[in-house]
Design a binder for this molecule. Structure first.
Ligand code: MV4
Length: 447
């Protein structure tokens, strides 16, 4: 039985995990860099230990140190949160070698889903719809010709080691192909140390829809419906909502079934997410990637189902069988999450770290704030800029939107620039309100 969890993360997700562990009667120890010794997580955890200097390569990513800390403090499990070590199969393996439970899926699944071409091939084999394309790595430009003859332009070149959009190249015409291919594989080599790429038909103006799933170590898998994450800027999500305002009942049912099939086909045994590209015109959806971690936007799924995903993640790692069946998961109302980042939306979303001199946090019916900050807290410049997540729930989308607007008006953060003003504009935008927005929304209206 897990009695003490070491949390290998920082910020709001460290706080979120501490809360879930405490409710389960499990002790917590939080590791932190010297830059984070005044963090809210350090105050709330039962124990904390400094693991290194500010640069994450010397602290939050230096996993040998973290595992030693877990051994020394007798933690029997490690929660990696998101980012940092969450999708590093070597870390998951190292935990296991030390008989420490990694709160996440088996390392083999992390490895297979991290290889995007392999993940796509595995999914296709299992009958999960994928975008037509090379169905695996392409070794040369010559190999693309037959594929392009079949699928036609435009195409997209994607790095297999990538994910999240980095290093992708869209190609509209034959005469652009060679340059784009060389560029993409060079960039992939630079960014990931792996030059392998694959190609797909390019789907114009898609929605990014993802399905939350929970699998246990006894072969059970359930889904918690979808999230619409199309409001993003340079592959950074800014606002997410559940359910998607454009997905109809029939598509929702199909997506949920396909997501369960995808998870079962790889023996998935934790909280995870199946990402789809959704084409509004044809109502078709295609597997894009599987994320083998808890995600930033998990609260919107929690709010519409009443299920605590972090608690389940912990209980699953503890070998417990899921005590909920698909028919027990009832969707109720709508939830929206706004990421409150220490960034200046008027100035290219440049980071705006520093001291929060004044802070008034919204509340009241249907409002949840997952935050790692407090008045007087100094946001360090070394990490990502998310300070808090504001989540509004309503019986319907209109109520969720009005609550979010009300809460954004209540939210006062002084001393730093934040994305609050950006979100106020989004919530008044006609295209957002229609629900029809696609992944080009932010660049169309805010750049
Ligand atoms: C695509 C696509 C269009 N067609 N694949 C971006 C993130 C990475 N996971 C995959 N991405 C895309 N893949 C095909 N075949 C468009 C995108 C894309 C995108 C996807 C989701 C959210 C935002 C996006 C912004 C630009 C491009």
């Amino acid at each position: 039985m897990i009695s003490k969890i070491l949390i290998a993360n920082r910020g709001e997700i460290a706080v979120r995990i501490i809360r879930a562990a405490k409710e389960l009667g499990i002790e917590t120890v939080l590791v932190h860099s010297t830059a984070d010794k005044e963090s809210l997580g350090v105050r709330l955890a039962d124990q904390s230990v400094c693991i290194g200097p500010p640069p994450s390569t010397d602290s939050y990513l230096f996993y040998q140190n973290i595992i030693s800390a877990a051994e020394g403090l007798k933690a029997d499990a490690i929660h990696p949160g998101y980012g940092f070590l969450a999708e590093n199969p070597l870390f998951a393996e190292a935990c296991r070698a030390m008989k420490i439970k990694f709160i996440g899926p088996r390392s083999m699944v992390i490895r297979n889903m991290g290889d995007k071409a392999k993940a796509k091939a595995l999914m296709k084999e299992s009958g999960v719809p994928v975008v037509p394309g090379s169905d695996g790595i392409i070794e040369s430009i010559a190999e693309t010709h037959d594929i392009i003859k079949k699928i036609g332009f435009p195409i997209i070149i994607k790095p297999s080691a990538g994910g999240g959009g980095k290093g992708m190249r869209i190609v509209y015409r034959q005469d652009e192909l060679e340059k784009a291919y060389n560029f993409a594989s060079n960039e992939a080599q630079q960014a990931f140390g792996d030059s392998r790429v694959y190609i797909e038909k390019y789907i114009g103006n898609p929605k990014h829809i993802e399905v939350q799933i929970l699998g246990d170590r006894h072969g059970n898998v359930v889904h918690l419906f979808e999230r619409d994450c199309s409001i993003q800027r340079r592959h950074q999500k800014l606002l997410e909502e559940a359910p998607s305002p454009t997905v109809d009942k029939e598509t929702r049912e199909k997506m949920g079934e396909i997501a369960i099939r995808a998870a079962k086909s790889v023996g998935y045994d934790s909280a995870g997410t199946i990402e789809f590209l959704y084409d509004r015109e044809t109502k078709k959806f295609y597997f894009m990637e599987m994320n083998t971690r808890i995600q930033v936007e998990h609260p919107v799924s929690e709010e519409i189902t009443g299920i605590d995903l972090i608690k389940y993640q912990i209980r699953i790692a503890n070998e417990e069988e899921l005590d909920i069946k698909q028919e027990d998961i009832i969707r109720r109302g709508c939830a929206i999450e706004c990421r409150i980042n220490a960034e200046d939306p008027e100035n290219n979303f440049n980071p705006s770290p520093g001291e929060i001199t004044q802070l008034i946090v919204p509340g009241g019916p249907g409002i949840r704030v997952d935050s790692g900050v407090y008045p007087g807290y100094k946001i360090p410049p070394f990490y990502d800029s998310m300070a808090a997540k504001l989540i509004a729930w309503g019986n319907n989308r209109r109520e969720a939107v009005e609550r979010m607007k009300r809460a954004l008006d209540e939210f006062h953060i002084e001393g730093i620039k934040t994305t609050i003003s950006f979100h106020k504009k989004v919530l008044k935008n006609k295209e957002f309100l229609s629900g029809q927005y696609t992944t080009d929304f932010v660049s169309k209206f805010f750049n």
